[in-house]
Design a protein around this ligand. Structure first.
Ligand SMILES: Cc1cc2nc3c(=O)[nH]c(=O)nc-3n(C[C@H](O)[C@H](O)[C@H](O)COP(=O)(O)OP(=O)(O)OC[C@H]3O[C@@H](n4cnc5c(N)ncnc54)[C@H](O)[C@@H]3O)c2cc1C
Length: 261
C-alpha cells in the first residue's frame, strides 16, 4: 500500500503555501478576478519560494521536490486563487518539465533556470482554432531555411500568452505524416513575427490570461528546437500527462474551499 503520510518537509511546504495563499492571495482575489488582473507580484513571490519550478532539479535552480510535494502546494494555492494555481501549473508541469525532459544543456541554462525561479514565465502553445483534442491536425508550420525556421500560423487558448516571456510552441515541420511531423520549439516573446491577440474574456480563472498567438514569418534559430524533429507530439502529450496531476490537485483545492465556504 502507498503510504501518504507527509514528511516533515512536505508538512512545511503545505504550511508555507497555505500561509502564503492566506496572506498574499486572499486579499484582492475577487477584485483581480473582476478586473482580469494578472497577479504579477504574487507570482514573483512564488518564484522566490520555489513554487514556480518545484520539480526542477536543484542544479537547474529548481526546488528539487517530488510530485507529491508539488501537488500539496498546488492544492493550497488553488484553494484560494484558481487563476494563480493555473499560472503555476503551466509554468511547472508544462513548461519547466518539458525543458527538464527534452531540453539541451544550453536551453536549460538559458530558459529553465530563470523559469524555475519565477524570473521568467512560460506558456505552452498546442491548441489552434481548428484543432483542440485532435491536436495532431494542427496547421501552424515551421519551414526550414538553412539553420533557421520560418513559422506561420495561429495558436489559441494560450495560458500566460500575454504575461509570459517564453512560449513552447508545437507546430508541423513536415506535412502529411500526421503527429510524426510535429516538433517543439522555444520562442521568446518579442521575436519579430510573433504577436499576441485579444485576451479571452473568460467566465472564471480571469486573473490568468488566455489569448491567441499569431506567427507571421517568425524566424527562429534551429537551436530553438526542443528535442528532436518529429518528437514534438510525444513531448506535448508527456507534459500534458504530468500536467493532469496538477490539475487534479487544483480541483481538490477548489472543492475543499467550496466545502469550507
Ligand atoms: C481556460 C483555458 C486555458 C487553456 N490553456 C491552454 C494552453 O495553455 N495551451 C494550449 O495549447 N491549449 C490551452 N487550452 C485549450 C484546451 O486544451 C482545449 O480547449 C482542449 O484541447 C479542447 O479543445 P477544443 O476546445 O477545441 O474542444 P474539442 O476538441 O472541439 O472538444 C469539444 C468536446 O468534444 C469532445 N470530443 C473531442 N473529440 C472527440 C472524439 N473523437 N470523440 C468523442 N468526443 C470528442 C471533447 O471531449 C469535448 O467535450 C485552454 C483552454 C481553456 C478553456
Amino acid at each position: 500500500m502507498i503510504d501518504f503520510t507527509l514528511t516533515s518537509e512536505q508538512e512545511l511546504i503545505q504550511k508555507t503555501a497555505r500561509e502564503f495563499a492566506k496572506e498574499h492571495l486572499a486579499p484582492g482575489v475577487i477584485e483581480r478576478d473582476d478586473k482580469a488582473e494578472f497577479p504579477t507580484e504574487q507570482i514573483k513571490m512564488m518564484g522566490e519560494l520555489g513554487f514556480m519550478g518545484m520539480m526542477v532539479p536543484e542544479e537547474w535552480s529548481g526546488a528539487g521536490f517530488d510530485t507529491l510535494t508539488y501537488v500539496i502546494a498546488m492544492e493550497e494555492i488553488a484553494a484560494v486563487e484558481l487563476a494563480t494555481s493555473t499560472i503555476m501549473s503551466v509554468n511547472n508541469s508544462l513548461v519547466c518539465q518539458l525543458f527538464v525532459d527534452y531540453g539541451t544543456e544550453d536551453q536549460k541554462e538559458k530558459y529553465l533556470k530563470p523559469l524555475a525561479i519565477g524570473e521568467k514565465l512560460g506558456a505552452y502553445s498546442l491548441s489552434e482554432p481548428k484543432s483542440g483534442s485532435d491536436a495532431s491536425n494542427m496547421r501552424t508550420f515551421a519551414k526550414k531555411e538553412g539553420d533557421h525556421y520560418l513559422i506561420n500560423g495561429t495558436k489559441n487558448w494560450v495560458t500566460n500568452g500575454i504575461n509570459g516571456d517564453i512560449v513552447i510552441l508545437f507546430c508541423m515541420t513536415e506535412k502529411s505524416v500526421g503527429y510524426k511531423g510535429i516538433s517543439a520549439f522555444v520562442v521568446e516573446k518579442g521575436t519579430p513575427g510573433l504577436s499576441t491577440g485579444k485576451k479571452e474574456n473568460k467566465l472564471g480563472i480571469r486573473a490568468s490570461d488566455t489569448c491567441e498567438l499569431y506567427f507571421e514569418n517568425c524566424r527562429i534559430p534551429g537551436e530553438n528546437m526542443i528535442g528532436e524533429e518529429g518528437q514534438g507530439f510525444k513531448a506535448a502529450m508527456k507534459a500534458l500527462g504530468g500536467g493532469r496531476i496538477g490539475i487534479a490537485a487544483q480541483a481538490l483545492g477548489l472543492a475543499r474551499a467550496a466545502l469550507d465556504a
